[in-house]
Ligand binder design. Structure first.
Ligand SMILES: [Zn+2]
Length: 324
């Protein structure tokens, strides 16, 4: 998945720094070793000269086999001597080699011409940081979701038991082509809590999740607007919204109203439906209100293609306050 050019460059720069630090540390360790053991440096130089001779022998052609065998034996003897000197200093060959954060790619970001997992992971983390979204994930888990608040209303309790188990299942069975959902219901019924719980589990499964309030997204989109006035033009925020495995748009309808953001949101919702990527939207607006605030086509996409999840009950925050 693509996170945009800025994220990619930042990730490459961080890997590059990590690689340079590993190599600097290795160089310092080797230098310290040679200080204590100057003989090792001479052997190292001889190893280099030996390898160069072997290379020349190959290039010169003719019957080089015997000569090469001799050079190989000599190289192995030098290597053994060198390791013996390391051992005398209480070191292993690894101690003077760079220790890369990612042994797969040596912190270059690529193995066999393909992007390494570490570079993908780094980009994902940076994307989260950039939109400042992973902060509240730890607090909102399925285990921490209490049905006690719905106890005094049997209908709400039954409904919310169903909602909780549906959300758990959704997270457990998440795939990049899972259905989109609309969390509907008044403020304070646990919509944010359960969408964060889903986000947490889906991230743990290794998928790229973007979570944010509609307000946060609106600000990110507006910030980039001045570079590219077309709401459908690819920008960093926009391309992340389109390409992440799961997009969670919390509290739709609470963002500052703007034609530009409305157009961009429609584009995101519609494009993700077309590419069969799941989105979870939570809102306390009714379908009618969604229609009048955004557009008929926006509301009809959601009514037609999103699974409806109805939250019932009394505002948990008010219940907590009165219980105190
Ligand atoms: Zn790597």
């Amino acid at each position: 998945m693509g996170y945009g050019k800025k994220i990619y460059e930042e990730a490459r720069a961080r890997l590059e720094q990590s690689r340079r630090e590993a190599e600097d540390r290795a160089r310092l360790a080797a230098e310290a070793f040679y200080q204590k053991c100057p003989e090792a440096r001479e052997i190292k130089d001889q190893m280099g000269a030996n390898a160069a001779r072997a290379a020349r022998a190959v290039v010169s052609g003719g019957d080089v086999r015997a000569g090469l065998m001799k050079l190989r034996d000599r190289g192995m003897a030098l290597q053994a001597q060198y390791e013996e000197l390391l051992k005398q200093q209480g070191l292993t060959p690894q101690d003077i080699k760079p220790r890369y954060a990612c042994p797969l790619c040596g912190d270059t970001g690529f193995t066999d011409g393909r992007m390494c997992q570490c570079l993908k992971r780094l980009q994902r983390n940076l994307a989260y940081e950039a939109l400042n979204m992973n902060a509240p994930l730890g607090k909102s888990t399925f285990e921490g979701f209490s049905l006690d608040y719905y106890k005094d209303d049997p209908r709400a309790l039954r409904q919310m038991e169903g909602v909780l188990s549906a959300c758990r299942q959704y997270a457990q069975r998440f795939r990049p082509d899972s259905p989109s959902l609309l969390f509907k219901g008044a403020t304070g019924l646990g919509k944010t809590h359960l969408s964060l719980a889903i986000a947490g589990q889906v991230i743990e499964k290794g998928y790229g999740v973007l979570y944010g309030s509609a307000q946060t997204f609106a600000v990110a989109l507006e910030r980039e607007r001045f570079d590219r006035p077309d709401p459908e033009a690819p920008t960093d925020a926009n391309s992340q919204l389109l390409s992440c495995d799961l997009l969670i748009l919390d509290d739709l309808g609470t963002e500052f109203p703007s034609q530009y953001v409305n157009a961009a949101l429609y584009h995101v919702v519609n494009s993700r439906l077309l590419s069969e990527k799941p989105t979870i939207i939570s809102t306390n607006l009714s379908m009618k209100e969604l229609e009048s605030r955004y557009s008929e086509r926006f509301a009809s996409r959601i009514a037609g293609f999103y699974g409806m999840v109805e939250f019932l009950g009394r505002d948990i925050r008010i219940q907590r306050r009165t219980a105190r």
